[in-house]
Design a protein around this ligand. Structure first.
Ligand code: CUA
Length: 309
């Protein structure tokens, strides 16, 4: 909003200057155009208008006036930049911590005890409501510099190792807002996609309830045995199992997500199987290794993961 106001203000001032300049040119063209019988032949110097060499008053005017205009534009711009660069956490905001990884987004809701990945769910924030609910983001990185960028919601903000940057978003309509890592962070930078889902308050509360349900230890199915006896548990966390890694996305509610591998493919059983069998085919260079599972293990593992609502 402040950016829009600034843009209209700058546009207004430039528009006024444009109008003045164009009208002066038009007046000069019309009033002083050459008339018939004027300036014909050579040596007609007598008809040339009076030439002015130097006029302090004129020169001061056309130096000081533009300087004042530039000064006003610069100061208004600086004020908006300062307000945007140094945001205060709005009261009643939802806190979310986002950690950039090669090449996915770790998303944590410290006050709600929710951990998810790549798909950020937030409530809509109506600026006219008595108590708007913007989302306050703490941004950091686990490895290299990434950049949080959801063009329709906010400008780019870098995620930097050992440093916390802040940003806030306040989508005013429900829907899906697409984003993308905007800082080159390695081979899969282009495939580090981000999805923001803005929900009505009721839908958001429903999502929170589903996500914060702890997963009770399930029966030791063949699929769960495959999961726990392979390297999966070293990188991933999964409630109710021995897995509590943080190097890779939390899988507790994997099936509640629409996409796999940071927004690269829809989360379907076929894509999930392919992703487990050969991650490189889905996302070349991905840090998830192919676990070389046999067909039966693979089927059982997929069947198990599909239960993680
Ligand atoms: Cu992460 Cu580019």
């Amino acid at each position: 909003m402040p950016i829009r106001h600034l843009a209209s203000f700058v546009f207004g001032v430039s528009g006024a200057i444009f109008a003045v300049v164009v009208s002066l040119i038009a007046i000069a063209v019309v009033r002083f155009r050459s008339r018939k019988g004027e300036g014909e032949g050579r040596g007609d110097a007598g008809r040339e208008p009076a030439q002015i060499y130097g006029s302090n008053r004129l020169e001061t005017a056309w130096t000081v006036v533009p300087m004042l205009i530039v000064l006003v534009l610069a100061l208004t711009g600086a004020r908006v930049v300062q307000a945007l660069q140094d945001p205060r956490r709005p009261a009643g905001a939802l806190d979310v911590t986002i950690v950039g990884h090669q090449w996915w987004w770790e998303i944590r809701y410290p006050s709600l005890g929710i951990v998810t990945a790549n798909e950020l769910h937030v409530p809509v924030s109506d600026p006219r409501a008595a108590s708007p609910t913007p989302t306050w983001l703490e941004l950091t990185s686990a490895d290299v510099v990434h950049s949080f960028w959801v063009p329709r919601l906010a400008g780019k903000t870098d995620l930097i190792p050992n440093r916390t940057n802040h940003a806030w978003i306040a989508p005013d309509a429900p829907g899906l807002y697409l984003g993308q890592c905007a800082e080159f962070c390695g081979t899969q930078h282009a495939k580090m996609l981000l999805r923001v889902y803005a929900h009505s308050r009721e839908d958001f509360d429903r999502w929170v309830k589903a996500q914060s349900e702890p997963r009770p230890p399930s029966a030791m199915t063949p699929g769960r045995r495959v999961f726990e006896s392979n390297g999966c548990v070293n990188c991933h966390a999964l409630g109710g199992t021995i897995a509590n890694g943080r190097y890779a996305p939390d899988l507790t509610h994997l099936m509640s997500r629409d996409t796999l591998a940071s927004g690269i493919v829809p989360n379907t059983p076929a894509n999930l199987r392919q992703w487990l069998q050969q991650p490189d085919a889905v996302k070349p260079g991905a840090h998830m290794p192919a676990m070389q599972l046999g067909d039966q293990d693979l089927d059982q593992l997929v069947a198990y993961l599909l239960t993680l609502q």
